[in-house]
Design a protein around this ligand. Structure first.
Ligand SMILES: C[S@@+](CC[C@H](N)C(=O)[O-])C[C@H]1O[C@@H](n2cnc3c(N)ncnc32)[C@H](O)[C@@H]1O
Length: 401
């Protein structure tokens, strides 16, 4: 995988995070202690979503993040105000200090669930030391913001419907996809995945959209997230989220992107929803999905809508998304069909091992579709009277006395 340098650094930290202190220290040395601290605090701030806390805009609160490493303490300060910003150096008058060893922060932020920290990061409240301030509005806001920062160090599952509402995605409320995503994605959330979503959202407005990319970033704490949109969405890039401008109907573009960022663990097609684009994107990207990976297609209602190349009459037409997917199911069972000698099943037939359909949503599971058919002597075609009698006679002789 060739990643932009800033993302490659994050990826290296993630991959080191389930190692011992020496492995993490080596990864930190590679990118530099200050840069590692910046990556960790950036991730914490993005998970905390501090801009959501009303009151902080008029009463900003500062936090100190103090990371011990290599005989010194690296400080970054977070200013939780209208926008949440962080910068090098200690905070002037922090409400609290979040502190710990930098290697343990790497584990807590990017490590797999249950990664053992030598000393789990802690928060030390300064504001609560002063009884006159403890019950003030500032203290209330600081407690909320500080707890949110700490929450980013936890590896608890997240509520996808709530995240969808908070990030402005339509995956819950307009559609009802989040329970299905939870079911299929939760078991994977601890892996260092590569995820690609077609369709970032917000259409022509470069600063709008990105809701679902932020959902995946929060759910998959160890994943690199790529979004493709026909419009420029570069203002939405942050940390592990990278955006690429391109047209999903252009297979050459998708192939070269997949060659650059792949192999890919999960593809989500939430782009144009035009049947021809859904099918051509599948052909371009599915070969780049890893064994054990998932290919998800949203908004399959358009398969029945003529404006998107669909049809409610030609239900099996392979030019519609659902007609195409139904054919894939036949491919899954290709070993049960008598095919001409020399027939080579296509990549989907060789590797589709499961498909789950929900209202307007499909999850396709890729692995090795190698399960053999039943023994060849079991008749596939209807038997003649004589053949039936022969089988009956054989069964009678085989019957134990
Ligand atoms: C429904 S929105 C995506 C919503 C987003 N995935 C979410 O859940 O928050 C669809 C997006 O697909 C983009 N789009 C439309 N046609 C496209 C195409 N041919 N190639 C790439 N993106 C396209 C649109 O610009 C729009 O931003």
């Amino acid at each position: 995988m060739t990643l932009p340098p800033e993302q490659a650094e994050i990826r290296d930290l993630i991959l080191a995070s389930d190692g011992d202190d020496a492995r993490i220290t080596a990864a930190v040395a590679e990118i530099g202690t200050d840069r590692a601290a910046a990556v960790l605090v950036d991730e914490l701030v993005s998970r905390a979503d501090l801009t959501e806390i009303t009151g902080l805009a008029t009463t900003p609160v500062a936090f100190d993040i103090a990371l011990e490493h290599d005989g010194r303490v690296v400080h970054r300060h977070v200013r939780a105000g209208g926008d949440a910003e962080h910068a090098p150096g200690p905070a002037a008058d922090p409400a609290a200090t979040v502190e710990g060893r930098l290697v343990d922060f790497v584990r807590a932020v990017f490590g797999p669930a249950n990664a053992l920290c030598d000393r789990a990061p802690r928060i030390r409240w300064h504001l609560l030391d002063d009884p006159t301030l403890s019950f003030s509005d500032t203290a209330r806001l600081a407690l909320t913001a500080g707890k949110r920062l700490l929450q980013g160090l936890s590896q608890q599952p997240v509520d996808l419907a709530e995240l969808s509402l908070r990030t402005g995605s339509d995956k819950w409320g307009l559609h009802y996809y989040t329970p299905h995503y939870a079911r299929h994605f939760e078991p994977l959330r601890d892996r260092p995945l590569t995820i690609l979503e077609l369709g970032i959202g917000g259409y022509a407005n470069p600063a709008k959209g990105g809701g679902s990319l932020r959902i995946w970033k929060r759910l998959f704490r160890r994943a690199m997230i790529f979004g493709v949109d026909i419009y420029d969405k570069s203002p939405l890039r942050e940390g592990r989220i990278h955006t690429v401008q391109g047209d999903q109907s252009d297979p050459d573009f998708l192939t070269s992107l997949a060659e650059r960022i792949g192999p890919i663990d999960i593809v989500i097609d939430d782009g144009s929803h035009r049947c021809a684009d859904v099918i051509s994107a599948f052909h371009a990207l599915y070969p780049h999905v890893v064994p054990g990976g998932l290919y998800v297609i949203e908004d399959l209602q358009t398969s029945y809508w003529p404006g998107y190349g669909g049809s409610a009459e030609r239900l099996d037409d392979p030019a519609t998304s659902m007609g195409f997917l139904k054919r894939l199911l036949d491919g899954l069972h290709h070993r049960e069909c008598e095919l001409p000698d020399g027939h080579v099943p296509d990549v989907a037939a060789r590797t589709l091992v499961g498909a789950h359909f929900y209202h307007n949503l499909a999850f396709l599971e890729k692995a090795d579709n190698a399960e053999p058919s039943l023994p060849s002597w079991i008749p596939r075609r209807p038997l003649s009277e004589a053949e039936m009698s022969a089988v009956a006679a054989q069964t009678a002789t085989d019957e134990p006395a």
